[in-house]
Design a protein around this ligand. Structure first.
Ligand code: SF4
Length: 357
């Protein structure tokens, strides 16, 4: 197992980022923030999917004003995404947002930074500094030749130092590149320089399938180094899909995602049941559960029992039938047609016990 790097925690509403083994899942709404009803509806869908923090684009005063009602009604802490206009940052903080994303070097001078920092400090609102490969300053691009990891880190440090000089250290940093090796190197480098929590993501990753894989590789690589305190999967897809991918990434690297892990063998010539359909049905059926139980769906009696025994609940296929395992022991032998129901019965029973504990 790998160890997670200790970072200086910040609180975003009731959600802690950093200084713990848990990695927080977040996403961003795609609605017009001024449309309060649509935005709140999307936030609720995100919350149901398992999102823990939500970021909203704040493009103008009307959007900043809308935040007041959104924050009041939102089931999730709200992060305001601000570019360049410090007045929007002030309005967002006044509206009660729990965190802002803002690069202090881009808001037009130190006086403006001071005003924003004072408001953020008073309301205990952390600031995320977000550098993307596309937003690296021209002189750094000239210095490094392209938006390299070094260029991104230097860009982020400029913003970080501005806040530090103002005595403000409730900072989160992101260094997102659409190039996976670059973003991994950037996070690694930044972690050596500052103790602030890292918001990890691959920017402009792409569509659900390609972007999901790219995000998994990039975010997964950073997490496996013990880095990363919150993740956002950026997909050209509905944001709820981002949460599905984010949870799958956390589970893949052995971090808690608050839902079951389904292990399924790929099925081969030895499979004696329709293992693929069964695995897909099970995965769909357990999506609503909020407990981290491990379920194994295995196709045969050769390699199946070993894995099924290791899981909390498992099934190993036999000729037209299957063995149901619970906590390492065979508890039932049932015909193939009843495998799904028998397995789900055990899963639901275990989930209920888990929730009672
Ligand atoms: Fe094949 Fe059995 Fe392994 Fe599944 S568990 S891949 S059916 S050998």
């Amino acid at each position: 197992m790998y160890r997670r790097t200790e970072t200086k925690p910040v609180w975003v509403g009731g959600v802690r980022i950093g200084g713990q083994d848990r990695v927080v899942i977040q996403s961003m709404t795609t609605t017009d923030t001024r449309d309060v009803r649509a935005t709140l509806a999307q936030i609720r869908r995100l919350a149901d999917a398992g999102c823990e923090l939500v970021r909203l684009a704040v493009l103008d005063e009307a959007a900043a004003e809308a935040l007041r009602e959104i924050v009041r009604e939102s089931p999730l802490p709200v992060v305001a995404d601000i570019h360049f206009d410090y007045r929007l940052a002030l309005k967002a903080i006044d509206a009660g947002v729990h965190k802002i994303r803002l690069n202090p070097g881009n808001i037009g001078g130190r006086e403006r930074v001071r005003v924003v920092v004072a408001a953020a400090r008073e309301r205990r609102v952390p600031i995320r500094i977000g550098v993307n490969s596309g937003s690296v300053e021209r002189e750094l691009l000239e210095k490094y030749g392209s938006p390299t990891a070094e260029a991104m880190v230097e860009s982020a440090l400029r913003h970080v130092e501005i806040l530090e000089e103002e005595g403000f250290t409730d900072i989160v940093i992101s260094l997102k590149s659409s190039d996976v090796p670059t973003m991994v190197a950037a996070y690694r480098k930044m972690a050596e320089l500052r103790p602030y929590p890292l918001h990890v993501g691959v920017t402009e990753a792409g569509t659900f399938f390609a972007g999901g894989i790219k995000s998994a590789v990039g975010i997964g690589a950073v997490l496996l180094e013990g880095l990363g305190d919150t993740i956002r999967v950026s997909l050209a897809a509905p944001p709820e899909e981002e949460i599905r991918v984010a949870k799958a990434i956390l589970k893949s690297v052995g971090l808690p995602a608050g839902e079951p892990v389904v292990i399924a063998c790929p099925a081969c010539g030895r499979a004696q049941i329709d293992q693929i359909s069964l695995a897909n049905r099970v995965e769909e059926a357990v999506r609503h559960l909020k407990v981290p139980i491990k379920i194994a769906v295995m196709g045969c009696a050769v390699n199946g029992p070993g894995e099924a025994r290791e899981a909390d609940v498992g099934v190993a296929g036999g000729r037209g039938e299957g063995l149901i395992f619970r906590k390492g022991r065979v508890i039932r032998k049932v015909p193939e047609a009843q495998l799904f129901d028998a397995l789900m019965e055990e899963v639901e029973r275990l989930a209920a016990e888990w929730e009672r504990e």
